[in-house]
Ligand binder design. Structure first.
Ligand code: MG
Length: 350
């Protein structure tokens, strides 16, 4: 167990609303479905009659390429279903949409923490005051550009590199990074883009990687189990694990060696804590992954990463990895390659 937490006051929000803004990305982030150049930020704000405020950030990206959720769909389901239900204190009964649901849960929890005059790391029981920072690097456009980008991140002090791969952008770029930094912990993330028999997986297995994340499609747990047996490189699951129940299935099949835990993907912090407890009981090393989060979402991710059971460095970069100006006090990389675990502080919209 990650521990019993002190009870918080029940708070009925006087106002619960969607807040939208955009932040330009300092570096475009290329994925298999397209390139993100602007973060379309989707927030939920909860307020009470006394002027307390709570904020939650929705992790959904501009395109439905990571999971089926995307920012405009999440916006619609929030306005039409999730926020009216939460305002009335009743279950929404909505299937799916875990990232939208997570934003509502986060805003309501944040409001309760504000009323109780406490903060998330303290309430959760964080056991670390800093967490190791890692960074993810998108696909393409060229091996030289990739090496230059990795060099910048290494110089900035990041302790772990995660390279996005897909068929056609895999062995050559990954081999080049391994050759340039033989001792740097490097993992790769395929976002489900391979099939179990692909030769590239065997070639990647020989490159001394810390893990291969989500090599096969999210619903192919059986295939992932076969791959986990065949590869020497640990298999990490991301998109496949959406709940404690899917984690149970993955554990029973032997489909994972590591787990990337994202509150957004599993429907919020309560679910993330349950998943973390189960992974910890099973002895599966866990790290916390991010979703191009502003300081609002990062505050939740960093607090979660400070709990017992999170044992691997995650992709939790400093604010300036993506944004010239964050919505909160920026998260800065400390000289030892970590991020501080601290309360989020005020939210300021551009
Ligand atoms: Mg991933």
């Amino acid at each position: 167990m990650t521990g019993a937490r002190p009870p918080l006051p029940e708070v009925r929000p006087a106002a619960l609303e969607v807040v939208r803004t955009t932040l330009p990305l300092l570096t475009p982030f290329a994925t298999a479905t397209g390139t993100e150049v602007v973060r379309e930020v989707l927030l939920v704000r909860a307020r009470d009659e006394e002027g307390h405020e709570g904020w939650g950030e929705c992790g959904a990206l501009s395109q439905p390429g990571y999971t089926g959720e995307w920012v405009h769909g999440a916006d619609a389901v929030l306005r039409r279903f999730l926020l009216p239900a939460a305002s009335e204190g009743r279950p929404a009964g909505v299937a799916g949409h875990p990232m939208a649901a997570a934003a509502v849960e986060a805003a309501l929890l944040d409001l309760r923490l504000a009323v109780a005059a406490t903060d998330l790391p303290s309430w959760l029981g964080a056991v670390r005051d800093r967490v190791p920072a890692g960074v993810a690097v998108g696909v393409g456009p060229s091996v030289d550009a990739l090496l230059a980008e990795v060099a910048d991140h290494v110089a900035a002090g990041y302790r772990r590199m995660k390279l996005k791969v897909r068929p056609g952008w895999d062995v050559e770029p990954v081999r080049a990074v391994r050759a340039a930094w033989p001792d740097l912990p490097v993992g790769i993330d395929a976002n489900g883009s391979y099939r179990a028999g692909d030769d590239a997986l065997t070639a990647l297995d020989g490159l001394g990687l810390v893990e291969i994340e989500q090599p096969l499609p999210a619903d192919d747990l059986l295939g992932s189990a076969g791959l986990a047996r065949r590869l020497a490189t640990p298999v990490c699951l991301d998109e496949s694990v959406t709940s404690v129940a899917t984690l149970e299935s993955a554990l029973a099949l032997g489909a994972l060696d590591h787990l990337n835990l994202k509150p957004a993907r599993v429907g919020g912090l309560a679910s993330a804590l349950a998943v973390l407890d189960r992974a910890r009981d099973a002895g599966v090393p866990v790290w916390v992954g991010g979703m191009l989060a502003t300081g609002v979402g990062k505050a939740v991710d960093v607090a979660l990463a400070a709990l017992p059971g999170v044992t691997l460095p995650g992709d939790l970069p400093a604010s300036r990895r993506w944004f010239a100006r964050d919505l909160t006090e920026p998260w800065e990389l400390l000289p030892d390659g970590t991020l501080p675990v601290r309360p989020r502080g005020p939210v300021t919209l551009p």
